[in-house]
Design a protein around this ligand. Structure first.
Ligand SMILES: Cc1cc2nc3c(=O)[nH]c(=O)nc-3n(C[C@H](O)[C@H](O)[C@H](O)COP(=O)(O)OP(=O)(O)OC[C@H]3O[C@@H](n4cnc5c(N)ncnc54)[C@H](O)[C@@H]3O)c2cc1C
Length: 334
C-alpha cells in the first residue's frame, strides 16, 4: 500500500483541499466552455460541487482525478438499455443491485417471490442470499432471469484466480441445480406492468414474448458511468464501453477475456482536456471486470504524473489473477 500512497505525499496541501459532504456535479475549465480552444491547457479546471443543504461551490484545480465509481448509475432492466416500459408504474417493487437480503431488507423478500435480473457476480450474490432466506422463511421463492443461455459470466473454481469470487459461482449454480432457485434463461426483459398484486415482467424468449409473474424484482444488470458532469470537458471515450479510448481495447468484453488487461497508467487514461483522469471502476466504463488492484496502479501512475515524476508514472506494474469472468457476447455484467 505504501507504494500506492507515496506519490500523494508529493502533492502539496492536498489535505486542506479535501471537501467532505460535497457531491461533484460539474467539471469545466475556468472561463472556457467546451468549444473554446486557445489557451485551454493553461486554464485551471473548475470543479462544481453541491452540499446536502443545496450549497454550491466552485473551486479551481490543476487536475481532476475522478474516482466516483459507477455504483450510483445502474444499467437498465430492459435488454435494449432504455428505461424499461412500465418501470415507473411498478417502481416500488424494484430493488437496486445488492440489497441486504439477510439483514436490513429481509422483510422485503421474506415469504415473497423475487426475480433477480442479471448474469454477473452481483446477481449471484443476491441469488445465494435469497436461496438462504428461503430455507428459513416459508413461501420465499427465487427466480434468476438472464438473457444468455447460462450464467457463464459467473466464474467457478476452475476459471477464477480469485477464490472468493469463484465460490460465488459454485454456490449460485448449486442453488439452481438443487432447485432452490429457478433459472429463467434466454429472457430479454422488454416491459413490466401490474397483474393483480404481482408484477408481470414481459420478456422476449426464443421467438415469442412470455410473461413472468413475480412479487419483487432486483436489478442486478450492472452499472454504467455517469458522464453528465463532463458536458464542458473534452473526453475521448470509446463508443462501445465508454472507457478512455486507449484503455477500451484492453478491457472490451467483446474481444477480451477479462484477466488479460495489460498494465496501464496515465497515458491510457489521459483525455484531450489535459489534467482530467477517470480512474477506478469509472475508467472501465461499461466493462464488467474492474479489480481494485488495477485502480491502485492507475491512481499511482496518474498521481506520479501530476507530481511531475514522469519516470515513475511510466513504470507500470500490474499483476492480476487469471479470470474467466467474461464470455464474448458483451452482454450483462457485474
Ligand atoms: C458486491 C461487489 C463486490 C465487489 N467485490 C470486489 C472485490 O472483491 N475485489 C475488487 O477488486 N473489486 C470488487 N468489486 C468491484 C468494486 O466495486 C470496485 O473494485 C471498487 O469499489 C471500485 O472502486 P472505486 O473507487 O472506483 O469506486 P467506488 O468504490 O464505487 O467509490 C466511489 C466513491 O465516489 C463517491 N462519489 C460518487 N459520485 C460522486 C460525486 N458526484 N461526487 C463526489 N463523490 C462521489 C461515492 O460515494 C464513493 O465513495 C465489487 C463490487 C461489488 C458491487
Amino acid at each position: 500500500m505504501a507504494r500506492y500512497l507515496e506519490p500523494l505525499a508529493a502533492l502539496d496541501g492536498i489535505a486542506s483541499r479535501i471537501r467532505l459532504g460535497m457531491a461533484v456535479t460539474d467539471v469545466s475549465r475556468e472561463g472556457m466552455d467546451r468549444t473554446r480552444t486557445a489557451g485551454r491547457d493553461a486554464a485551471p479546471l473548475v470543479v462544481r460541487s453541491r452540499g446536502a443543504a443545496g450549497t454550491v461551490e466552485d473551486r479551481t484545480f490543476r487536475a481532476v482525478i475522478d474516482a466516483s465509481g459507477t455504483f450510483r448509475s445502474a444499467n437498465s432492466l430492459a435488454s435494449n438499455g432504455l428505461t424499461l416500459p412500465g418501470l415507473a408504474e411498478v417502481a416500488d417493487r424494484v430493488m437496486p443491485a445488492l440489497p441486504d437480503v439477510l439483514g436490513r431488507d429481509r422483510a422485503v423478500f421474506a415469504g415473497r417471490h423475487t426475480t433477480v435480473v442479471g448474469a454477473g457476480h452481483s446477481a449471484a450474490n443476491t441469488v445465494i442470499a435469497l436461496a438462504s432466506l428461503a430455507r428459513d422463511e416459508p413461501g420465499t421463492r427465487v427466480t434468476w432471469a438472464i438473457r444468455t443461455a447460462s450464467p457463464d459470466r459467473v466464474t467457478d473454481a476452475e476459471t477464477d484466480g480469485l477464490p472468493g469470487r469463484a465460490s460465488l459461482g459454485v454456490r449460485a449454480r448449486r442453488a439452481v441445480a438443487d432447485g432452490r432457485v429457478t433459472l429463467l434463461d434466454g429472457f430479454e426483459t422488454v416491459g413490466a406492468r401490474w397483474d393483480g398484486d404481482a408484477v408481470a415482467l414481459a420478456g422476449r424468449r426464443g421467438t415469442g414474448v412470455t410473461t413472468h409473474r413475480t412479487d419483487v424484482l432486483v436489478n442486478a444488470t450492472g452499472f454504467r458511468p455517469d458522464l453528465s458532469m463532463y458536458r464542458e470537458i473534452r473526453l475521448d471515450l470509446d463508443d462501445v464501453v465508454e472507457a478512455p479510448r486507449r484503455l477500451a481495447p484492453l478491457i472490451d468484453p467483446n474481444v477480451h477475456s477479462c484477466g488479460t488487461v495489460e498494465p496501464h497508467g496515465y497515458r491510457e487514461l489521459a483525455h484531450p482536456d489535459q489534467g482530467v483522469f477517470l480512474v477506478g471502476m469509472k475508467s472501465y466504463g461499461r466493462a464488467p471486470t474492474f479489480l481494485l488492484t488495477t485502480g491502485y496502479e492507475q491512481v499511482r501512475s496518474v498521481v506520479a504524473w501530476i507530481a511531475g515524476d514522469v519516470a515513475s508514472a511510466r513504470a507500470i506494474e500490474l499483476v492480476l489473477p487469471a479470470t474467466g469472468v467474461c464470455s464474448t457476447d458483451g452482454g450483462e455484467c457485474c
